[in-house]
Design a protein around this ligand. Structure first.
Ligand code: 13P
Length: 243
């Protein structure tokens, strides 16, 4: 199965710079070996849909609303994202869980809304450094997976992805050791399969860059990467996609 490389641009770029980066990536990345997804900020999505026409990059969003229509001031409907041509949506990123106080029920509702809109949710899970040091990693991850996937049905969908992003590895320059990540991916796949009755993809995120990406992609159960800062550099991101 193909691996998947996902760029999470977060809120790092201006509107103008987002369009420039999308144009450069489209030019640079042709026929990638792996599925390649870029997740710009909301305002840049519509023009980037046009920019990516005829190219090989797929589009994702960084968040979505918990339902598809209704009185929800300031939110972005997964159905509208689908209407534009967005295929993937990141849900429950740790920055949203921590800073915007997204709770497990909200993440579960967003997952269901995304699936209903035919988007592929990329559900982020991860432990803090303190939880890791207390030996609670698996317990924390299992609780996050169980709550996000509660009553979720993927029978008629294109699937779901879990992104394992240990919080202590995000933006720190200190990724997890690939061998250790592999063991956690095996655990997450098994637990998700128990709940969903189907195998799903699990990807790794947290300080992945051009120098360490190959080591993660070599692991059998790491199905891809979710990349933050290194995805903002055209050469570096293109070099990862080629691995
Ligand atoms: P970095 O790659 O910058 O550590 O960010 C990872 C991340 O949060 C991707 O969603």
């Amino acid at each position: 199965m193909k691996k998947i490389i996902i760029a999470n641009w977060k809120m790092q770029l201006s509107f103008k710079d987002s369009l420039i980066l999308a144009k450069e990536l489209k030019k640079k990345i042709k026929n990638p070996k792996n599925d390649t997804v870029i997740c710009p900020g909301f305002l840049a999505i519509a023009p980037i849909v046009d920019i990516l026409q005829g190219g090989d990059l797929l589009l994702g969003a960084q968040n979505c609303a918990l339902k598809n229509r209704g009185a929800l001031t300031g939110e972005t409907s997964p159905a509208t994202l689908n209407e534009l041509g967005v295929k993937y949506v990141i849900i429950g990123h740790s920055e949203r869980r921590l800073i915007l106080k997204e709770d497990p029920d909200l993440i579960n509702a967003k997952t269901k809304a995304a699936l209903a809109a035919k988007l592929i949710p990329i559900i982020c899970v991860g432990e803090t450094l303190n939880e890791r040091e207390l030996g609670q990693t698996k317990k924390v991850l299992l609780a996050q997976v169980k709550s996000a996937l509660k009553e979720v049905n993927i029978k008629n969908s294109s699937g779901i992805i879990i992104a394992y992003e240990p919080l202590w590895a995000i933006g720190t320059g200190e990724p997890i050791i690939p061998f250790e990540a592999e063991a956690i991916h095996i655990f997450l796949k098994a637990e998700a399969a128990k709940i969903l009755g189907k195998k799903i993809r699990v990807v790794y995120g947290g300080s992945v860059n051009g120098s360490n990406a190959a080591q993660f992609l070599q692991e059998k159960n790491i199905d891809g990467l979710l990349i933050g800062s290194a995805s903002l550099n055209v050469q570096e991101f293109a070099s990862i996609v080629k691995l």
